[in-house]
Design a protein around this ligand. Sequence first.
Ligand code: DAH
Length: 345
Amino acid sequence: MRADLERIRHDALADLDRCADEAALEEARLRYLGRKGELTAVLRGMREVPEAERPAMGELANTIKVEVEERLAAIRRRLEEERLAKSLAEERLDVTLPGIRLPRGRVHPLMQVQEEVTGIFVAMGFEVAEGPDIEDDYHNFEALNIPRDHPARDMQDTFFVSEDRVLRTHTSPVQIRVMESRQPPLRVIAPGAVYRQDDDVTHSPTFHQIEGFWVDERITFGDLKGVLSEFLRRFFGPGTRVRFRPSFFPFTEPSAEVDIGCVLCGGSGKQADGAACRMCKQSGWVEILGSGMIDPNVFGFVGYDAERFSGFAFGVGVERLAMLRYGIGDIRLFYENDLRFLRQF
Ligand code: DAH
């Protein structure tokens, strides 16, 4: 028995020393210390050892077991450290190497203009609101004082989704939605996409508008003129000439269209070669937005007291602002997504 134990000790330590990785080490452990291992078998056979020899034999077997276990633990620790060191070396990163530069996108020119306009109004104390692109007849037309037989509802203009639902033809329904759910004072700007069956060099079936309105006690047409003039001068430059022309919209009374001095000919109506300016068709002015004092009927629809509150509203086309600002003649350039065009902004 003693000879057996000495041989196992010798073999086990030699085997352990030879292990090159953790898998081999585990195999060796099972070979000697596992449930069916050699050392385990000897310990189990202790019963057959004559009683007188048993304590000495038991002690020796235990010493060997402890010795093998300690060697095993030491080798396991060394192999683990080696594995860690190796993976640290292999996965080392040189953080000083130059990176791979990814091509950077940019904000679409229409959204740049939308953000700029929104920013100007936010600086004047307006908040931003949104409404759904699919509107019901009531919000898109009815509550804006556009009666059943009004030409604006004509099939030729409006995309109908169902009998009662349309793709909104303007951002004005956001006025109704905000006023329905809140009380004045309100100073709100509502940018978004709008849809009409229209398609030529200056009209697209999808385009963008920014609606704005201010409702409080004692808001006057003077406030409308002041706010819109200030906006146009901030957007087109401090020297911009602004003119208010009487007009008609069902949801405002009185209504005004707003023109600015032509950005192409500077208001002279003529091009450098003496021909009529193609932008303003010789008038020296270009129309830029629609506006007016909110009609008392509209206040009626949202349950406001028209004796107590007054307000103005306006709507401006984002494409139109961008075309005038950048001298772009064809609206389709905004939607073709030709990078040679988009990169210029
Ligand atoms: N909703 C009008 C349109 O799409 C634009 C407009 C005109 C909005 C006058 C207004 C306004 O709020 O007061 O043509």
